[in-house]
Design a protein around this ligand. Structure first.
Ligand code: BES
Ligand code: ZN
Length: 627
């Protein structure tokens, strides 16, 4: 080991220096768990799960899942127990091996983490089984009635990341612990069930479905969706699942999935999950996308009709390498999942649509980063602008900021700039291969990069690179600036419009969604009500079908009190559950007293359509209480 690298390890108090010595080929050994995960009760160094057999009945009437989870376990010879994470589960019975029923302990409730389930082990324990029922308000689950979907049939979907899997499966809910799984799921007739696994393509009239996931995954990638769904194949390894009423729209935007997959493979090596399908969910899905392996979950708000929001699919696809194959060891290392994925996403978009396209995305990233970084520092949370986070005692979802995504992206772009694209690409490919189906923390990655990218190519590692980017606040001075020709054109267009006062100087025929977003971001505060009205008359923003554009438009409408847009805004807020849109709109509304009243009125109607991750944040923002 190079001296500087060794020093680096010591300085960071890194425990993984001697890791390579005794690891051998089989890295799934108990000794391998040096990463303490403060968001899980599990003690993998004592005993861990390696395979799950899940048998479940989905009950839409009671909004519960009745299930048995059976685990194969691996234990340290002296271990006396295994610890699983649970949250709000009704544990009915626990047994070892075939039928050795035993006393278990369900520890005290922690608001954030749930309850530890301690199961005693004996010398010959090979499997443990847990019979349990989920609660109707299990945090991962969203049960939709027929009116809340685009079809006319109830729907269930899960969202496990970051620490919600434990609310529907008792499990070791830590990104450093992987297992394979099989499942048997019974759903009401007429429904299709899908998981983050090998999936059926057609409905089964009996309502029984079987699943198999042969690649080991962490718990946050466990996923289930049940509804009136159909399948459309888009290529030999790709396809779309959607409700029948949405399918046509979904195909229009997502028909190129196969070329996305092939482009990604060309960049960073073979796709390891065999199949890449996208499930288009009902609009209440709280995120843009979720990289559930083999079956990305996506919001219907990316269906813009002109394919201009498909970078989100490139993002979730990229997670098949960064995140799903090589996983952040703890949520403090979240940037390893998201920063890499944004970098990879933009590379896919560059390969498919050209550099002038991907530079628009990078420019938007920079804007988000500047805003987030300023807010964090101004609010006294400068440490949350470090790439390496410290989320102790907090919900890991608070790490879902532009820091992990965009500062992470620019850090990797910086490395690319320092080492050259070819070397960096080779290194990334090697990194994904080296850590396939493993978890890694920030320090392990930095060390690996120092040795295998800088050291190997004899490139000097700039002295303050890591302390500025990874362990330092805000935006380092040496940030690589994106250069977007297309955005410059938008800026010129705005200048002309504002100088001449002639709205017809705005030439928007060739604009994609990104150019429109830039247009809104660049609009000066001084713009007046009459100009807002004129914009609407010319571009019909109020009735736009594009959720990204609508959100920017509503923000402007609220600021300028352009009430013509309020009906459409209410309709949008009631029908869309994506947190990224809801938070800014409600936040803008609550800035004035009348706005606050309007927000609360809308929220009362809308809340039932939101998933826990959205209403949990909105309840706080709006000071809303259900009791
Ligand atoms: N894995 C994330 C979603 C996530 C992060 C869920 C943290 C829960 C906790 C997903 O890959 C993601 O980043 N989605 C983004 C889209 C993307 C294009 C930035 C989203 O949903 O907005
Ligand atoms: Zn992501």
């Amino acid at each position: 080991m190079k001296k500087s690298a060794l020093l680096f390890c010591i300085i960071l108090g890194l425990f993984s220096c001697n890791q390579n010595k005794d690891m051998g080929n089989n890295r799934i050994t108990i000794q391998n768990f040096q990463n303490y995960d403060q968001h899980s009760f599990a003690k993998p160094q004592e005993a861990l799960i390696t395979h799950l057999n899940w048998d479940a009945i989905i009950d839409f009437d009671r909004k519960t899942i009745q299930a048995v989870a059976q685990y194969d376990i691996l234990k340290y010879p002296k271990s006396k127990k295994i610890i699983l994470d649970t949250k709000n589960l009704d544990i009915q019975k626990v047994w070892r091996n075939q039928n050795d029923s035993i006393e278990y302990e369900l520890k005290e409730i922690n608001e954030l983490l749930g309850q530890a389930l301690h199961i005693p082990l004996s010398k010959d324990t090979k499997t443990i089984s847990i019979q349990y029922k989920t609660s109707p308000d299990a945090e991962a689950l969203q049960w939709l009635n027929a009116q809340q979907t685009t079809g006319n049939s109830p729907f269930l979907f899960t969202q496990s990341q970051a620490i919600l899997c434990r609310s529907w499966i008792p499990i070791q809910d830590s990104p450093g612990i992987r297992f394979t799984y099989e499942a048997k799921v019974k759903v009401p007739e007429g429904n299709l069930a899908l998981m983050s696994a090998e999936n059926p393509k057609e409905k089964d009239t009996t309502g029984y479905y079987s699943f198999k996931m042969q690649q080991p995954i962490p718990a946050y990638l466990m996923a289930l969706a049940v509804g009136d769904l159909e399948y459309h194949k888009t290529g030999s390894e790709t396809g779309i699942y959607a409700e029948p009423a949405t399918m046509e729209k979904a195909i229009a935007d997502l028909e190129d999935l196969q070329s996305f997959l092939e482009t990604a493979e060309e960049l960073y090596g073979g796709y390891r999950w065999e199949q890449f399908d996208v499930l288009v969910l009902p609009p209440s899905f709280p995120f843009g996308g979720m990289e559930n392996p083999r079956l990305t979950f996506a919001t219907p708000t990316i269906l813009s009709g002109d394919k201009s929001l498909v970078s989100l699919i490139a993002h979730e696809l990229a997670h098949s390498w960064s995140g799903n194959l090589v996983t952040n060891a703890t949520w403090d290392d979240f940037w390893l999942n998201e920063g890499f994925t944004v970098y990879f996403e933009y590379r896919i978009m560059e390969a498919l649509y050209g550099k002038d396209y991907s530079e628009m995305l990078a420019s938007i990233s920079l804007k988000e980063l500047k805003q987030e970084s300023k807010e964090l520092i101004d609010n006294g949370n400068a440490k949350d602008s470090h790439l390496k986070l410290d989320l102790e005692g907090r919900n890991p979802d608070v790490g879902m900021t532009a820091i992990a995504y965009d500062k992470g992206y620019f850090f990797l772009r910086k490395i690319e700039e320092l080492t050259g694209r070819e070397r960096f690409d080779n290194f990334l490919k090697q990194y994904f291969n080296e850590y396939t189906f493993e978890s890694i923390n920030t320090e392990q990655f930095l060390l690996y990069m120092e040795q295998n990218l800088f050291g190997k190519n004899d490139i000097e590692l700039p002295k303050d690179l890591f302390s500025n980017w990874v362990y330092g606040a805000g935006i380092p001075d040496n940030l690589p600036e994106p250069n977007s020709e297309r955005f410059r054109k938008v800026e010129n267009s705005i200048a002309k419009w504002l100088n001449t006062g002639n709205i017809d100087t705005l030439k928007t025929q060739d604009w994609s969604t990104h150019e429109f977003l830039h247009f809104f971001h660049q609009m000066p505060d001084s713009i007046e009500y009459t100009e807002v009205k004129a914009l609407d008359e010319k571009f019909d923003f109020t009735i736009s079908g594009n959720a990204e554009i609508l959100t920017e438009w509503f923000l402007l409408a609220i600021k300028k009190d352009y009430r013509t847009a309020y009906g459409a805004m209410e309709n949008f807020l009631v029908n869309t559950g994506r947190k990224k849109f809801l938070m800014p709109i409600y936040s803008e509304l609550v800035k004035t007293e009348t706005g606050k009243r309007l927000a609360l009125n809308i929220y009362k109607k809308a809340r039932q359509n939101y998933h826990y991750v959205s209403y949990n944040s909105l309840d706080k923002l709006l000071n809303y209480s259900t009791d």
